[in-house]
Design a protein around this ligand. Structure first.
Ligand code: ADP
Ligand code: MG
Length: 497
């Protein structure tokens, strides 16, 4: 069995496999490209179009086009409703992308492709990871591992360069930002700390430019183009092009024709940098907080890896050199490193002896809400701290608070705050307690993360050492088994081209 690596990106996706000489290689898609735009166009009730052609239609047919779906992963709401009124969830649209990526990989490799490793942002929580795994299944693929993107990038770079030491990965992609510190020793990749922002990426830089120019159109007596789906899709495309141009040029022009009148603007790099200073500053704060978590100073960092298309912006490089006094590693391809590393990890999974070992960490703390005996307040108790190496298993013992207590309010939370109002509650249920428990009966809460970063929870009556039932994390935002099967059947009828 050969396993390939898939970087399922917010804006672009890439697929890589190991070549005969054992080095990872990017596979080109049916359009001859190394990167496939993560765009799905619903063409007709029977089929979808994926990739560059779909992306070109984004401006003219915004209503049929779905992009940035990764930002909606793990949400229960539909991200698209087709002409027949059928709603599609993020994992379903992602499944269509994955099917196309796998089909193209099969063509490139000349053999069927079923076994994959998929990369996810490090900060993806349990629901988003589960949704990604489900997307793989819906695409008819076997997902052997979910790997964190920064970790994959580090593995790709490390195996290629043979370098060891402390790596810092700054990954600013189309929709997301990740910052990760790893220690690399001899093919051993140990993540020390990671943090990120799900809503910080290239499209936020685009949005700023869109807002800025839309305001200038209004100032010149024009309409609010952001209210018109076709015009705003057009403006988005022009603004993204201008943003990319500003990475190498001092100025870029943006033209937009609105009701027979053409608006034309010159944007300078410094204007754009002023506009986006706040976004860049948010990445800086996250960098500092990751270094704090890792208890490292910039002097301890040996190599800085820049990943993601947005790291081509000169202001990112300036930020890195100001903070770290390091020059980013030149051997890292910002668009390809993640997929290449995923292919190395995929190959290692099936090799007779692993070529690399990866220890990742949890990006989210997991805990439960209980009464704090000292304060009498309902409090969130963290059971698995964030940045714990995975897989992991932690437990904590709580006691019942009332004599002959017959029921227990069980909850699972995500987040570090002790105030229950400031954490996400993943699960709440009422468990029946067996009769005859002593006062202050001990209840053990066992929480674990599997190697993919998916959470599992159990509660145990410690008096009788009997499970009170695994707390089925019935993630309301994920598909259950029946709906997964139904969705798989429905998607199988859609043609993907
Ligand atoms: P993702 O992995 O989230 O899909 P990518 O790493 O492919 O994202 O990055 C895509 C983003 O990078 C887009 O917002 C794109 O506009 C931006 N981008 C690509 N090239 C450049 C460039 N030269 N300068 C600035 N931004 C760029
Ligand atoms: Mg990416």
């Amino acid at each position: 069995m050969e396993v390939i690596g898939i970087d399922l990106g917010t804006t672009y996706s890439a697929v890589a496999a190991l070549a005969a000489d054992g080095r990872p290689e990017l596979l080109v898609n049916r359009d001859g490209e190394r990167l496939t735009p993560s765009v799905v166009l619903f063409e007709s009730p029977t089929g979808v179009l994926v990739g560059t052609l779909a992306r070109r239609s984004a401006a003219s047919r915004p209503g049929d086009c779905v992009q940035f779906v990764k930002r909606r992963m793990g949400e229960a709401a539909a991200v698209h409703v087709d002409a027949d009124g059928r709603g599609y969830r993020a994992e379903e649209v992602s499944a269509l992308l994955l099917r196309r990526l796998a089909e193209d990989a099969a063509t490139a490799l000349g053999r069927p492709v079923r076994d994959v490793v998929i990369t996810v942002p490090a900060y993806f929580d349990d629901a988003r990871r589960t949704a990604t795994r489900d997307a793989g299944r819906l695409a008819g693929l076997t997902v052997h591992r979910l790997v964190n993107e920064p970790t994959a990038a580090a593995v790709g770079y490390g195996t290629h360069s043979g370098q060891d030491g402390v790596f810092f990965v700054y990954d600013l992609g189309g929709g997301t930002f990740d910052a990760t510190v790893l220690r690399v020793v001899d093919g051993d990749y140990e993540v020390i700390a990671t943090d990120g922002d799900r809503h910080l990426g290239g499209c936020d830089f685009d949005n700023l430019l869109i807002g800025y120019l839309a305001t200038r159109i209004i100032e010149q007596g024009g309409p609010d183009v952001t209210r018109d789906p076709v015009l705003s899709a057009e403006l988005r495309e022009r603004c993204e092009t201008a943003k990319i141009r500003l990475s190498t040029a001092d100025t870029a022009s943006v033209r937009l024709t609105v009701r027979d009148r053409t608006y034309s603007f010159q944007v300078s790099r410094s204007e754009f940098e002023d506009l986006s200073a706040g976004l860049l500053y948010r990445t800086e704060l996250l960098l500092e907080s990751v270094m704090d978590e890792a208890q490292l100073s910039w002097r301890d960092v040996d190599r800085v890896l820049l990943v993601g298309g947005c790291t081509r912006m000169p202001m990112v490089r300036d930020l890195i050199s100001r903070l770290t006094h390091r020059v980013p590693e030149p051997g890292v391809h910002p668009d390809e490193a993640v997929a290449l590393g995923a292919a190395v990890i995929a190959g290692s999974l099936t090799a007779p002896r692993p070529t690399v070992t990866v220890t990742d960490v949890t990006s989210q703390a997991l805990g439960t809400i209980a009464l704090d005996a000292d304060t009498g307040q309902l409090t969130n108790f963290v059971i698995i701290p964030r940045n714990s190496p995975v897989p992991c298993r932690y437990e904590e013992t709580f006691v019942t608070v009332q004599p002959r207590q017959s029921r227990l309010h069980a909850s699972v939370t995500e987040g570090e705050d002790s105030d229950p109002e400031h954490v996400a509650v993943l699960h709440r249920s009422v468990l029946a307690l067996p009769p005859g428990l002593p006062d202050e009966a001990p209840i053990r809460v066992v929480m674990s993360y599997d190697v993919d970063g998916v959470a599992h929870v159990e509660t145990i009556d410690a008096t009788h050492d009997r499970p009170l039932g695994a707390v089925a994390l019935d993630r309301p935002a994920n598909l259950d088994g029946d709906r997964l099967a139904a969705s798989e059947a429905a998607l199988a009828h859609l043609g993907v081209r």
